[in-house]
Design a protein around this ligand. Structure first.
Ligand code: CO8
Length: 257
């Protein structure tokens, strides 16, 4: 398949979305971003897909926005590009998204990784928000998602200095869900995807939504959201199947109903 975003189907119900602009370390140009947004909108509707893995190449998950496309832009041009709509297509993906990070995840690349629910990273991956070094600042969640992930003091240090941290250091900060040797990143991300794909999809979808919405809501509101979603799941066949299978001492078969 041609193009900067490639779709692989390594197994049933799991899709691997691969950023493929290796000669530019997967720098995110407009073509790649548009393709990524289209891909996630399509996958959201695809009933065959329960979980997505987002990966890059061996050297780079993504080395940030394509600076060649930004250097001469003015504010009006940046407003006209309205790239937040393209990012939003990834943020709105309703199924679990696992980022498999090898090599560089810088600037917009690190922000893209933070759009995922789970980050699997290699020990020598390199995370960073170097925007300040090229005269700007993060513009796709790199101040806000990072702040929520690692706390204000580490976020300020990373964003103000633009320094890079290894996968190991990022894991110690809480930015990584699973830290593995570099060569095992994709296999581990796919193994996690496979495990989640076996779970009841409606329950997983509710979990994602409540985690996301709850994180920024007052606690009482978030707990109410959780309670309502919990109660709602009692109308699913998968709830009956899951509990009945447990009582019958057999494996459940979840169908997403
Ligand atoms: N943009 C364009 N081209 C890039 C980028 C980039 N971000 N990163 C790498 N490339 C290109 C290089 O220019 C080089 O091209 P060529 O072979 O033609 O010279 C090729 O990729 C390979 O890169 P290097 O030769 O530089 O490889 P090294 O291993 O020496 O270095 C680095 C790798 C450290 C990753 C280095 O390339 C680098 O510092 N890249 C820039 C990283 C950066 O600053 N990223 C942040 C960009 S700003 C940003 O992401 C803002 C996001 C805001 C999001 C909101 C958007 C609206």
């Amino acid at each position: 398949m041609e193009g900067p975003v490639r779709i692989e189907r390594p197994e049933a119900q799991v899709v691997l979305v691969r950023l493929w602009r290796p000669e530019r370390l997967n720098a995110l140009d407009m073509e790649l971003r548009r393709a990524l947004a289209r891909t996630f909108r399509d996958l959201a509707e695809d009933e065959e897909v329960r979980v997505a893995v987002l990966a890059g190449s061996e050297r780079a998950f993504a080395a940030g926005a394509d600076l060649g496309e930004m250097v001469d832009a003015d504010s009006v041009e940046m407003m006209r590009r309205a790239t937040h709509r393209l990012w939003q297509a990834v943020a709105d993906f309703p199924k679990p998204l696992i980022a498999a990070v090898r090599g560089y995840a810088l600037g917009g690349g690190m922000e893209l990784a933070m759009h995922a629910d789970i980050i699997v990273a290699g020990e020598n991956a390199e995370f960073g928000q170097p925007e300040v070094r090229v005269g700007i600042m993060p513009g796709a969640g790199g101040t806000q998602r990072l702040l929520r992930a690692v706390g204000p003091y580490r976020a300020a240090w990373l964003v103000m200095t633009g320094e890079r941290v290894s996968g190991r250091e990022a894991a110690a900060m809480g930015l990584v869900s699973r830290l593995v040797p570099d060569a095992e990143v994709e296999a581990e991300a796919l193994a996690v995807a496979r495990r989640i794909a076996r779970m009841p999809p409606l329950a997983v979808r509710e979990i994602k939504e409540v985690l996301r919405l709850g994180a920024d809501a007052p606690l009482a509101t978030a707990l109410a959201l959780e309670r309502k979603a919990f109660q709602l799941l009692f109308s699913t066949r998968d709830q009956k199947e899951g509990m009945r299978a447990f009582l019958d001492k057999r494996r459940p078969e979840f169908e997403g109903r």
